[in-house]
Each structure stands twice: as structure tokens, then as C-alpha cells.
Design a protein around this ligand. Sequence first.
Ligand code: BGC
Length: 438
Amino acid sequence: MKKALAMLLALMMVLSLAACGGDNPDASKAPEGTTSTAPADESKAPEQPDGDVANKDKPLVWFNRQPSNSSTGELDMTALNFNQDTYYVGFDANQGAELQGQMILDYITANIDTIDRNGDGVIGYVLAIGDIGHNDSIARTRGVRKALDTAIEENGAIKSDAVGINADGSASAVKDGKLTINGKEYTVRELASQEMKNSAGATWDAATAGNTIGTWVSTFGDQIDIVASNNDGMGMAMFNAWSKENKVPTFGYDANADAVAAIADGYGGTISQHADVQAYLTLRVLRNALDGVDIDTGIGTADDKGNVLSDDVFKYVESERSYYALNVAVTADNYNDFMDATKPYAPVANQLDLEKNPTKNVWLNIYNSADNFLSATYQPLLQNYDDLLNLNVEYIGGDGQTEANITNRLSNPDQYDAFAINMVKTDNAASYTALLNQ
Ligand code: BGC
């Protein structure tokens, strides 16, 4: 049925092109079926991509990994300006990082009488780093160090390198911090930190973090008073392996459902990066560009269904072509409001009309199908929104290690109307744009 409909549509296209003298070679090709994982709804069989639009001119959104230099963090404006319908969707990494640091500091302040487990006068923490070349990871490492006064600045920026083991406080990437709480001074030390990369090269690796906490505990024992992590995937691995049983507060990032639920069992807290807003924005900017409407439609300006975001949940920075969701701390005080991590955000959960916003085909990849945040939170949200926005999305899951593992599966970009890309490395935008330029 779907095939017959598609062939009919193709035939109509050929006829209408012939009628107006068009000679686009692509238009005569029979459309190929997509391999979408989401079951296609017969009632909204996608139209075939408009053969007149070159792949290089199709809407493109980068998400989760902002095209940038992985050493300096400098934005890759060539990739961000690939065409007039190119954007990035992520979240405000610095605002979130400050919140994470503050959340840990607030916890220490509130529990100062009991936090120092061995009473040696040093509040010791260990830190799991996601990816030393990922701006979100760098920002979070900096945020924790800044709040706990262990940061060292170099050329105007806080150092974000891992220290490895720092038993005596002599590491060059951090210093021993001093916190004054209730008029008394305390020392804080980053006892250890490490990038959690597995032997195959996957970063933000939860299993590596789960193993590493064991090594750290055998070195430091009850010198460890706090466990901090660049994300919940690694944070929960450490919590489950050690800190839960030993009642050591552990802090992550992402507000994944399992982490939020673990707050009831002593997980210290997490940060919501408003994935429900990001997933919406990821698909909404494509929808708007495909419809040829103002890009702010259903974002800062209500669409005809009333979908709209208020400016306390996102911001748009025109010069960076980037939408950033704003973060919220999730702690014992409010975690009940965050239990359902994959529910669409109510102000933008209204279904669009098929007549006005007909079904379009989108190719989208997740850089690592094993990433907790992307697979347990972000993708389920995308799958909810694709229905609401009438987008037929093909989801591709990468291995987290090589760009080729993903780009190999974008062999026929002609089949799609728009693209949403999550790179393995933030430097590698050109591996994708090269395919669209062909
Ligand atoms: C998330 C991490 C995730 C990473 C993947 C970050 O924004 O917080 O949990 O592993 O993106 O790129």
C-alpha cells in the first residue's frame, strides 16, 4: 500500500514536472523506501523529497555536540553556517556547569558537620570526566572546580585537564581549595579525576567509571567525601558500584530517569539540561525551515496550535546560530517533578495539522547508541515529538567511536528532506557536510 502510494506520488511528480517543462533527472527516479525504525503511519505517508532542493541546501541541525575545536572550544562557524537553514541545538553549558558546582557547594554547606567522613579536615572529592574534548564536559569540570575553589586559571580559562591521582594536593591542574562555612575554614581537594574512555575509544563511558571508582576507593578509602561526575551515566555507575552502599553523596548531570529516582536512595543531585526542550527544538527548527516559515514559529512565537516556549527555558544566540536550553538543578527538594524524563514538554506538545505541515523525511543520528543520556532520555523524547511535528525520522545509532560508522549510513541523502547530526567529535563537521556537498 505504502509502495503503491509512493509510486503514485512519483508518477504525479513526473507528470507535473513534464507539464511545466522541468527536466530534473532525480524526479523520474522511483522513490526508495526508508528504513525508519518508527512504524510509518499509512495516513501520513511522507511525500518524496523535493528533487529541486540540492542536499547542500536542505535544513541541517547539529545537536548535542556543537561544531567546535575540541582543544580550544572555538566554534566552527563554517559548519554552523553551512547553509541558511543550519542551526545548533544544545543547552547553556556554562549556566548548567555553574548550577552543578553550586548544587555541590550547597550540599556541603548544609551537611558540613558530617561531610568529612574521616575527620581529617580535608573534604575530598573524585571527579569522573566525560570527554576532555567536549565543551559540555569541559564546562562541567570547570564549574565544579570553580565552586569548590580548586580551579586554576591559565590564559583566562579554568584548567579542565584530568589530574589522575592527586593524593598530596600537588597536581598542576588544580589547587587545594578553601571554603569558609559558618565562619570556619575547610580545605577541599580533588583527590582524583579521569576521562572515562574505554579501550575502544568511547567516551563518557559508564562502565569505565564504575570500575574506576573501585580503584579510587582502594587508594583513598574514606578520604572520599563526595563523588562528582560530568554526567549521570557515569555518576550512576559509581553510585551503584560503591557510593550508594557507603552513603557518599554522588552528583551527576542530565536528570536521566534512573538518576532522578536514585535521589530517594541518596544520590546527591543532578542537573536537568531540559532535554524535553532540546529535543523539541532539534526537530522544530527543521520543521520550520521545511515549511518556509519564520524560524521562531512554535519557539518564541506561538504557532497556530499554541506551541510556544517561554524565555526562561531557552535562548537563541543569532551570532552562533545556536539554540540553548536552560538548565535546572534537581535535588531532594524537587526531584518528584522530574521523574518522567521522556515526557514532552507540555507547552510544546500540541499536534500539528497534516494538511498544513505535511510529513517530511528526516535523517537523524545518535553518535553512540550506548550513551545513557542520548538513548534513555533524548531519543525517546525525539520519538514523541516526531509524531507531533509530522516528521518521519530515520534514527541511526553510532558506535561512539568513529564518524565513518555513521556517515557510511548516509549513503543516499537524496532520500531525505532534512538532517539532524550528532557528531562523535566536535571537530568533525566536515565529514558530514562533505556528503551533503556531493
Ligand atoms: C550529556 C552527556 C552525554 C553527552 C554526549 C552531554 O550533553 O550530558 O550525558 O554523554 O552529551 O555527547
